[in-house]
Design a protein around this ligand. Structure first.
Ligand code: HEC
Length: 186
């Protein structure tokens, strides 16, 4: 009995290690850490700070934590570990891990496959741009929300499974959109 649990523990340990490796490249890339601005405040000090972030939108972007705590995600990345890394991992990170601190996206290599992570600055999404399924005249706020929540483009095409499905409420969604607007101005 004891041995069996030892085995399970070892397996879990190995999986955690693999997951760590899988993301080592993604997480350590340039531009995933937050610049100094706004980091000194805490929720208690100074008006307009949220857990040390300048806004709830920025907090979601950096940490995946919204106004009701960590945002649940459905994540079935096709790497062969479906669902396993969902809540546990995404609850500790946010959009920044893949889309970058500037929101402009980048290329991520995940144990072989190369995934192009798109630019999600508000100005880019809402003006004519190129999608894998062709050019689009630009998305509405509602269409962006559908992509974030359900992982599909306005034309119904599923996004790459690396993009998690974020179960966020309307006010969190508004705050994230505001933050994407802010990124467009930088
Ligand atoms: C684990 C990596 C990862 C994380 C974390 C992530 N995304 Fe994505 N996202 C992607 C990938 C990859 C795509 C592209 C999918 C495709 O083109 O098929 C994408 C696509 C999108 C799109 C559609 C853009 C377009 O032009 O097709 C939006 C909007 C988006 N992400 C918003 C967000 C937001 C907001 C967050 C944080 C709440 C977030 N993403 C977190 C990987 C990620």
């Amino acid at each position: 009995m004891k041995d069996r649990w030892l085995g399970v523990g070892a397996a879990a340990f190995i999986i955690v290690g693999i997951v760590g490796l899988l993301f080592a490249g993604a997480v350590s890339g340039p531009g995933t850490t937050r610049s100094g601005a706004g980091t000194s405040g805490t929720a208690a000090s100074g008006a307009g700070t949220v857990d040390g972030f300048a806004s709830n939108g920025e907090r979601i972007y950096y940490s995946g934590v919204g106004s009701n705590g960590p945002i649940s995600v459905a994540w079935a990345y096709q790497s062969g570990f479906p669902g396993m890394m969902g809540q546990g991992m995404m609850g500790r990170t946010g959009c920044v891990m893949c889309h970058g601190a500037d929101g402009r996206g980048r290329v991520i290599r995940m144990m072989g496959p190369v995934v192009e992570v798109p630019d999600i600055r508000y100005a880019t999404l809402t003006s004519p741009h190129q999608e894998t399924s062709g050019t689009t005249p630009g998305w509405t706020d509602a269409q962006i929300a559908v992509a974030v929540r359900r992982g599909v483009e306005p034309n119904g095409k599923a996004l790459d499974s690396l993009m998690p499905k974020w179960e966020m409420g309307d006010s969190d969604m508004r705050d994230v959109l505001d933050y994407l607007k802010e990124l467009s101005r930088r």
